[in-house]
Write a protein that binds this ligand. Structure first.
Ligand code: S3P
Length: 451
């Protein structure tokens, strides 16, 4: 079992107030979490070897590796040798080569593992059970169970099949059938679960989304040679006989870079370059939102690597102004809500975020937890059912204080950033959870701080 799941509520880090940033610092952030997950999943069901460079060795991604190892896939970390970068090597077993797991699959804290792997398991000719840690077992699964059941999957689970653990009576032998499905909300996890099942289904599977969620699955499926098209908002995948293993270079995670963008923005006269960051347009909402707040953030020298755009991001100390943020603007910045709240806490004026109801069912109830944390740090705010209203400090330091991450990695990191521009500093309880997506976060934050 994945023991990390029990550790995310532990650990304490104290973030001291900072004076500024190291001059013209250049940092890179770990590989993209979403892309790293998908590389393991597609590499496992492809033919041949897939090598993944800059793979994120975060707890969530290790849960995905553990899941596929349980289904007989050999996945190994190849260490760096003279002149060659290390990588993750996956020995693909082919679309029909996964074997029945001999125990429950544990997705740990990872919603992406739970939902996407459920899609894949639905199409296998064997029985399986998937579960997760205490927080993941509270998160909704009905959104994937419903369309997969329409495709012919047989899934039973806790709370009328709406929560983990889920037992999947693999229907691969009888065969799934393709569906035409409009997702009730923009969700890449939901879309991807259906697409993965669609690889095995009879006929086309066609998905339409109310707004476009992150499209890493579509891009990577095409890279592996799947029969997939995206036209006028409709994503179509057909059953495929085989996928081809490939080499993938994972860009830096823009969701991790976001903490350093806001760090640079808050500290006066800073200039910081974050190199090699993924700037897929379905993920760059944070850049648009920070710019709308008056922030100086500029992606430069974009290139395409493994079907994903990558750029260096230059950020500078900025005077931020309050804005209104809608649900639509949040779709490409869905994981950045905590750090956007922190940016708002320092802005001139009162920021309102609306249409963010989905944030209540992330790794924590991010609306309630951010409201609690900001209050504890001396920032006046009002929780709304679908968002939050935050009174900015007009660029001044906030008071600081002691907060609890509730085991949510992005809350811990966002509040650490807030601590840099505070009077008393910030004590982060439950700091160990940052390893879910950003091992080494606190030391990198320390490295860029001027002494
Ligand atoms: C993810 C999709 C998003 C995001 C999550 C990662 C993915 O979730 O919040 O951190 O890798 O597909 P939803 O699909 O629930 O919006």
């Amino acid at each position: 079992m994945n023991t990390a799941a029990n550790d995310i509520f532990t650990g304490t880090v104290f973030v001291k107030p900072a004076q500024g940033l190291v001059n013209d610092a250049v940092v890179s952030v770990p590989g993209d979490k979403s892309i790293s997950h998908r590389a393991v999943m597609l590499g496992s069901i492809a033919d041949g070897v897939t090598e993944v460079y800059n793979f994120l060795e975060g707890e969530d991604n290790l849960s995905t590796i553990a899941a596929f190892r349980r289904m007989g896939v050999k996945v190994e970390f190849v260490k760096t040798s003279a002149g060659e970068a290390g990588c993750l090597r996956i020995n693909g077993v082919g679309l029909r080569g996964l074997v029945e797991p001999d125990d429950v699959i544990d997705a740990g804290n990872s919603g992406t593992t739970a939902r996407l792997v459920t899609g894949l398991l639905s199409a296998q000719p064997f029985f399986s059970v998937i579960t997760g840690d205490e927080t993941l077992r509270r998160r909704p699964m009905k959104r994937v169970v419903e369309p997969l059941t329409m495709m012919g999957a047989e899934i039973r689970g806790a709370k009328a099949s709406s929560r983990l653990p889920l037992a999947i009576n693999g229907n691969g032998a009888k065969g799934l059938k393709g569906i035409r499905y409009r997702t009730p909300a923009a969700s890449a996890q939901l879309k991807s679960a259906i697409l993965l099942a669609g690889l095995y289904a009879q006929g086309d599977t066609i998905i339409e989304e109310p707004e476009k969620s992150r499209d890493h699955t579509e891009r990577m499926l095409a890279l592996f040679g799947a029969d997939i098209t995206v036209e006028r908002g409709f994503i179509r995948v057909s059953s495929t006989n085989s996928l081809n293993g490939c080499k993938i270079r994972v860009p830096g995670d823009i969701s991790s870079a976001a903490f350093f963008m806001v760090t640079a923005m808050l500290l006066p006269e800073s200039s910081l370059t974050i190199s090699g960051v993924g700037v897929n347009p379905t993920r760059t909402g944070i850049i648009d939102i920070l710019r709308k707040m008056g922030g100086s953030v500029e992606p430069l020298n974009a290139t395409a690597v493994s079907a994903e755009p990558v750029a260096n991001i230059i950020c500078k100390g900025s005077s931020l102004k309050a804005i209104e943020i809608t649900g639509e603007e949040l779709v490409p910045a869905i994981d950045e809500f905590p750090i956007i709240c922190v940016a708002a806490a320092f802005a001139h004026g009162t920021t309102t975020i609306s249409g963010a109801r989905e944030l209540r069912v992330k790794e924590s109830d991010r609306i309630a937890v951010m409201s609690e944390c900001l209050t504890k740090a001396g920032v006046r705010n009002t929780e709304k059912e679908d968002g939050i209203i935050i009174e900015g400090s007009n660029g001044a330091r906030i008071r600081g204080g002691r907060i609890d991450s509730h085991g949510d990695h992005r809350i811990a990191m966002a509040m650490a950033v807030a601590g840099l521009w505070s009077v008393e500093g910030m004590e982060i309880n439950g700091s160990a959870c940052v390893d879910v997506s950003f091992p080494g976060f606190f030391s990198l934050l320390d490295r860029v701080r001027a002494t």
